[in-house]
Structure formats: structure tokens, C-alpha cells
Write a protein that binds this ligand. Sequence first.
Ligand code: PMP
Ligand code: GLN
Length: 457
Amino acid sequence: MVVRNLLLKDFLRSFLNYSIKQCTRNIRLSLANASSDIDDKFKLPSRYAGSEQSIWVEYLELFLKYKPLNLGHGFPDYCSQKLVVAALAEVANSDNDLIHQYTRGFGHPRTVTAIAKLYSRLIDRQINPDTEVLVTIGGYEALFSIINGHIDFGDEVIIIEPYFDCYEPMVRYAGGISRFIPLRRANKDSSTDWVLDKKELECLFNSKTKIIIVNTPHNPFGKVYKKEELAHVADLCKKWNVLCIVDEVYEWIVYEPNEHIRMTTLPGMWERTITVGSIGKTFGVTGWKMGWAYGPANLMVNLQMVHQNCIYTGVAPIQEAAAIAFEKAMTNLNQKNCVFKSTSKELIVKRNYMAKILCDAGMEPLIPEGGYFMIADWTPLESQVDLSSEKDKFKDYRFTKWMIKNVGLGAIPPSAFFSQEHKYLGENFVRYCFFKKDENLQKAAEILKKWKTERNK
Ligand code: PMP
Ligand code: GLN
């Protein structure tokens, strides 16, 4: 009897165990099926494939993890234009409660008025604030709205390399095809070195070409296009009936004797140019993420269509503060102490200091004509660093990652700004941002000096 009971107990125990295992297995299987069903159906839509890697996401994570001195990401680490912050405080403390509610979709009235007034003076043409200006979420959204508002499937877009990395994916998402042309190094000197081969550019234009994107002053090379260079692009745009997007977010950061020429002022170009600006660069407040586009009403209407159904309206208090700042800065537009030009004066000292410390460290910096990035050839140091711990395909990625982890200095690899086939053209370089506090640039000098001593031990 006892034996029978024991056998029954054993049987029940193993039956129970078996049932639990079966159940768990079935649950696991159905979960696995469900998750693979979900994964299959909800994988990244094909138009986004190839965009998984973002230099900003990847390097920001590295900066957060290793906490180097960050000369990589392009933003000032202090507030250089107090007037914008004062304007924001004025908005926050005002009695105008409605400023915290939705404002006009294509741009807050006071802001489009200020932008139209500013550029009417700069380009010597009356701009209509209601139909010829769109206020956007940063330069990014201006680019997105222009590209998506004009590209149809199969349209071609000419992109000059290196390019701000979002241009290519934006074209692809819109169904367009990017055609690349690299700036080529004429001779070893400043960033004036980097030129477009005229014949090569001419060969890219054809009946399918819809847009060319020009970025001046240029990120990351610091090139400021000369009038003759812009005129050549303009002639091709007119010949082939092409829209020119000019990304001028660094329009106010130009070092003398270089001069920022606005493409839209060239003969016959207003009709086919849309210009992009950004409050982040104009007043050194990248976190405000307010940008704009201006151009002829018949083209701007296409941007408005994109904007009204994805953004609808920008951030009202930021737009109001930007308008106040513009109104104040415009009062002395043509004078020596013009607020807009003050950043360049502040930055030229930093630019020269940056060039010196990079030279001292054994690199070969290229002196930018505009913007706040400096490209340096780091390969004179190549034989002194062992990058074997880094596995990236391109050696500027390996070098910058190795520097972040071992030397404590953050930079961006320029090959991120080239198409796949031309990435090798960026590999010998590294990009530093010098819009940083003097004390931080001095820290960078100390870091580089210490590294040099260690290398020479
Ligand atoms: N264009 C260029 C060349 C840039 O460097 C950036 C980065 N700020 C942008 C556009 C985007 O500007 P925003 O931060 O105003 O979106
Ligand atoms: N324009 C800045 C740079 O080049 C920031 C880019 C970004 O945050 N996506 O560093």
C-alpha cells in the first residue's frame, strides 16, 4: 500500500513537472512566435534602412560614458549673446499669457516680421513675412520641409561632400536620389584649398536634377564660398532649372577678409533659391532649436504643406524671444559693433589658439574661413598611436574613439560627412569645435601637451 502511494506520488510529481514544463514551453513558443511576428511586420520601413548609424547618437553616448573634454559636438559651452537670454526672461515674465499657447503655424507673426525685415535689408529685396518666410524647428526641419516639399520619386539631388550628415537620408526618405561630388584639395594651405571641380559638377546636372544643396560657411571644412564659385553653381541651376538650397546656418560666423555671399542675391537666383538659417548658430543657443527658411512664395508654399501636417506650429515663447533679439540686434546692423558680427570677433581668437595647440600637438590644422569647426590632419601622428583596440572600418573613427578613451579629448570623425564611396577622403582628418570657454581650450592644450610628453617618453 505504502509502495503504491509512493509510486502514485512520484507519478503525480513527474506529471506535474512535465505539465509545467510543457506549459512554459508553449508560452515561450507563442511569445517567441508573437515577437517574431511583431519583428517581421514592424521592422524599420525600407526607406529608413541604412540610417541606423548616427554619428551624433553614437558619439554623444561615448562622450557621456568616457566624459572627455568635449570638443566634438558643435555648440558653445557658454552663453555668448546675453541679449537672447534676456529676451527669453522678458517673455517668461511678461503678462502676455497667450504667448504660451499655439501661435500661427508658419511662424509667429512678430518673428516672421523680424526675419523678413532683417533679410529684406541684407538681400536688398522686400520679403513678404506671410508668404516668403517659414519658421521651423531648427535648421533641420527647414531642410526637411524643403526637401520633402520638392522631391518626387526618382528626382536627383546634388550634394557636395563633405555634407551635414542629414542631407542624404532626408533625400532618400523623400524618394530622391543623391548624387555626390566631393570638394577636392587644390593645394595644402587653408580651407580655401577645398574646391569643386567645375567639369565634374557640370557632368552631374541633367534633366532629372531637381535640387543642389550648398552649405556656406561650411560644416565641417569651414569653407566660405567665393562669389565666382557660387556664380558657377547659379549658372548651372538656371541652365537646368534646378532649385538651390543654401544652408547658411553659420552665416554670421565668417573671419575677415572672407565675406559671406548670399546665393539668393545673385542675378536670377531669388526665383530658385531657398535659404536656411538657425537661431542656434546666429545667437549661440543651439538648444532653442528654432530655424527658418526664406524664398519666393511659389516655392515656399510647398514647404508649408510639409510643415503644416507634421509640425503645424513652432514653439511660441522661443519665437517671441527670438523676435525681440532680432529687433534689438537689427538696430545697428551696418555698424562696426553689430551684434550679429560680434561672435566672429570673439571666435577668431579661439580659432587661432586652436590652430596653435593642434600644431604644437603635431597635427596639421586647416584654418577655417568661417564656422566654428577646425579640421586637422592627424596622420603625422599615425605611427605613434596604436589603434588596434578600435575596430571601426574608417581610421578617423578609430583615432577619435581611441582619443576619447585614452587621452580624454572628444572630436568628431569627418568621414561621417561623406557618402560611402568617398568616406576614405575624410579618414586623415579630425574635427574639433572651438566655440568653447577659454579655460576649456586651455585644458585641451594641457591634455594634448601631456599626451605628447607621454608619446615621447
Ligand atoms: N546645417 C548645418 C550645416 C549644421 O551644422 C546644423 C547643425 N546645427 C544644422 C543645419 C541644423 O541646425 P539646427 O541645430 O538649427 O537644427
Ligand atoms: N551641427 C552640430 C555639429 O555639427 C550639431 C549636430 C547635431 O547635434 N546633430 O556638431
